[in-house]
Design a protein around this ligand. Structure first.
Ligand code: 4AD
Ligand code: MG
Length: 480
């Protein structure tokens, strides 16, 4: 018999009819009540067993973690906690789970820390928390594609292996098929990359932006959504070595249009989960409330999860120039009382996450778009302003997250771009193809990158980025 998803059964009113459900046993109590979950929803299906008519050898295999097929009659439930239940006619054990072995894993029915779940990342999708996060992640990524599709953007797949450093920050993983113990050498002892697989040095991409720009200057509006890699040794709750980035790029669009796009886009995807993922959001919201009970008031989340998301959707982001932000920070209490680790002394300082969080969480209390940063602290491709010292960059800062978006209007003037590249030592020969876009029909254009996991962090109320991606890659960790 074809089986029906538990999400459908829980909504069904086809009472007295027979259905088959397949899933994993979450709990089995009184030799009678099976809580079954198949991943289609956070909610379990209660299956009521007539144990007197169930063979002993089947009963002893109904263990937490086992995969089972249950066929029975859909009934209105008399017990509280669920609307419907299945009165079991037959139960088939599809995949056993030895209780002694289960005890050693996170499948065992007690509270496990998120750290412990990470150690068993192959099993954590069987937990409520992690399956809720993963369903939300999936819905968010669907909403990303839907937004851009509805707004006339083309989805472009930029290369994962590249010869260039898009950010000029030198944080790249090398790609090679050399025998590392014995790579071919030049006469001067340096490695001869001409003999390597691609005939030159190559890396995993840190951003699809540069290739994305070339496609925007032809297709008009594009976006990428793919994995990016950074070999930065940042062991924080906000950084991954492998993360997914969404990068729209738009021809004939200036910085203001770019900010409008980013704000509209973020509101759209968060609204999508509010509209479509209420069960999972409610679960995650409650999770935070329970966790916060053991924390001092000051560390608790100021808003319940769904209220927080609604607040973002319903309110304008505050747009503030870097110069204004520096003034605010210079005059702020933590700066004057030397509470910041990095004291803001003067214009030009790079903002640390403590400063970003002060602006968002203490001063403005809403998402902030900072723009017009000093040229010296930003990448080579950003459009120089008329003042000659700031660039048309924008970062979007979110409460609890810090930077969620980084973007800019791009330098479209060939000579200015070449000067900047020279100044920063970015090799023109490597980027000849990028410079061609400025030679043939250059135009004002802009784009940004949104770190997908930071968005998932925000939307789920989780606090560590390792808990919103199936298999996190971080310094000294590439298990699974
Ligand atoms: O600010 P970033 O470095 O900007 C770029 O890469 C531009 N090329 C994007 C563009 O204009 N097309 O990175 C963009 C975003 C950040 O705001 C952050 O959300 C995320 O990517 N991000 C990371 N997320 C997780 N782990 C890391 N190590 C990240 N580094 C950046
Ligand atoms: Mg950035």
């Amino acid at each position: 018999m074809k089986h029906t998803k538990i999400a459908e059964l829980l909504k069904s009113d086809q009472f007295s009819q027979e259905f088959t459900a397949k899933g994993w046993v979450r709990a089995f109590r009184s030799n009678r009540f099976i809580a079954l979950n198949d991943g289609s929803t956070i909610n379990n299906l209660q299956c009521v067993l007539d144990f007197e008519n169930t063979p002993e050898e089947v009963l002893k295999e109904i263990n937490i973690g086992a995969a089972v097929a249950i066929t029975g009659i859909l009934k209105e439930s008399e017990g509280k906690g669920q609307r419907v239940e299945i009165e079991v006619n037959t139960i088939e054990i599809l995949g056993k789970a030895d209780p002694e072995e289960v005890k050693k894993t996170i499948l065992s029915p007690k509270r496990h820390t998120l750290e412990k779940l990470r150690e068993q990342a192959h099993l954590r999708v069987r937990t409520n928390t992690f399956s809720a996060v993963m369903r939300l992640r999936s819905q968010l990524s669907f909403a990303v594609h839907q937004y851009f599709n509805q707004n006339g953007f083309n989805y472009v797949n930029t290369p994962i292996i590249t010869g260039s450093d898009a950010e000029g920050a030198g944080e790249m993983f090398k790609v090679t098929n050399f025998d590392l113990n014995n790579p071919p050498k030049n006469e001067d002892g340096s490695i001869n990359y001409k003999e390597d697989f691609f005939g030159k040095e190559s890396n995993l991409t840190v951003s699809g932006q540069l290739e994305g720009e070339t496609y925007a200057l032809g297709l008009g509006q594009i976006y990428t959504f793919g994995p990016t890699f950074r070999a930065e040794n940042s062991n924080t709750s906000r950084h991954l070595a492998e993360f997914w980035m969404i990068e729209p790029e738009v021809a004939f669009c200036d910085l203001e249009g770019n900010m409008d796009l980013a704000e509209d886009f973020i509101k759209y995807v968060l609204n999508h989960v509010l509209q479509n993922c209420d069960d999972d959001l409610a679960f995650l919201e409650n999770r935070v409330i329970q966790e916060d009970k053991s924390k001092p008031q000051a560390e608790r989340a100021p808003m319940a999860l769904r209220d927080k998301l609604r607040f973002i959707v319903d309110n304008n982001f505050k747009r503030v120039s870097y110069t204004e932000a520096i003034d605010i920070l210079k005059n702020s209490k933590p700066n004057k009382k030397k509470k910041f680790n990095y004291i803001i002394e003067e214009w030009g300082a790079d903002l640390q996450s403590e400063h970003e969080r002060y602006l968002v969480e203490k001063h403005f209390n809403c998402p902030v778009i900072l723009f017009d940063y000093p040229a010296d602290i930003k990448a080579f491709y950003m459009r120089l302003n008329e003042d000659g010292k700031t660039v048309r960059a924008m970062d979007i800062l979110f409460p609890g997250i810090g930077e969620i978006v980084g973007g800019s209007q791009r330098e479209e003037r060939l000579d200015v771009l070449q000067d900047k590249m020279k100044e920063l030592g970015v090799d023109e020969k490597e980027l000849w193809w990028y410079l061609d876009t400025r030679r043939f029909g250059t135009c004002v254009h802009s784009g940004f990158g949104l770190g997908f996991e930071r968005l998932v962090l925000f939307a789920t109320g989780m606090t560590n980025i390792r808990d919103v991606i199936p298999y996190p890659r971080t310094p000294k960790n590439a298990e699974f």
